[in-house]
Ligand binder design. Sequence first.
Ligand SMILES: *[C@@H]1O[C@H](CO)[C@@H](O)[C@H](O)[C@H]1NC(C)=O
Length: 369
Amino acid sequence: MSPTQFTVSLLLVLLLRPSNASLVPRPQQDQTLSLKTTPHPQIQYHNPKLPPRSLSLASSKKFEGSSDLVQLRYHMGPVLSNSPINLYLIWYGRWASPQKLLIKDFLLSISAASGRRSSSAAAQPPSPSVAEWWRTASLYTDQTGANVSRAVVVAGEHEDVACSHGRSLTRLSVQQVIATAARAARFPVDHRNGVYLVLTAEDVTMQDFCRAVCGFHYFTFPSMVGYTLPYAWVGNSGRQCPEVCAYPFAIPGYMGGAAAGGPKPLSPPNGDVGVDGMISVIGHELAELSSNPLVNAWYAGEDPTAPTEIGDLCEGLYGTGGGGGYIGQVMRDGGGRSFNMNGRSGRRFLVQWLWSPVLKACAGPNALD
Ligand SMILES: *[C@@H]1O[C@H](CO)[C@@H](O)[C@H](O)[C@H]1NC(C)=O
């Protein structure tokens, strides 16, 4: 570690200290700073203190900030280093076009716009961007020294509007959903670069959804799908449990709520609590899928059946100064909508940070140091 890196880590350690540390007294519930560095005058930084999301999900996996105690280790397996990562989307249940476009705009924002600067400079989203956020995921390597790919494309889509395997899925039946999609004519089995993303509509339930998971990733079994393919599932929690899985756009009501003068949920950047909330979960799962696709590469903890991965370590953290109930410094636009990164087509997103193997701390493109 160079002296500069050390200073940066030290700064992060200090900045990410939980707010109850005596070092940084924070009397207010919502800190607002107007900084000259914000790109537009109407954009402000704020660091809201919110009640924690569900009790069940605030598990021991959640870790805020930075510590030498986090032993994230490499277990010799592959990472998704082939370029580009080909995403195959399975829309399960009824999805509105604007919702699909929003999710695809996020996925397509992960790749930094390519080379031709002169023509694409205008199209390049301003910093902090989704592509800069993904840079943290691309710092993970396998034993050959190959990094997680920086390029992510949507290579195919399949619609299962009628829910071929019912509206109540399990961890196993979601593999049948993938098998059914993979038999469709224009939906290939891509062994080399493929990743399968099953996105369920808000009326579809999933085993453990809302109680223990908002999304998960794993790989398919040859006995069920015919092949071993990395996949992730993320559900739209809008109707089932937004205060759990679309946090912080919905928060638990037990603190008395906004009406009683309690903290208010954040306003979602694209006006859709369920889908804006899904975006951060999709980011979390994709980052973990890429650094731990067969669950034998990057994770912390001794138990491979309950690995703590690079998204788990930073759940609920969206900016500098998060922890102890604060989500971190994020931006708020003139309409009061919160976000922490920019994407293609002028989109804005609020996405959780990822654990950096270089900084040994949670990192994101909107860090204020
Ligand atoms: C690959 O990962 C290593 C180790 O984290 C990092 O130092 C390097 O900059 C990465 N390379 C690319 C091209 O991202």
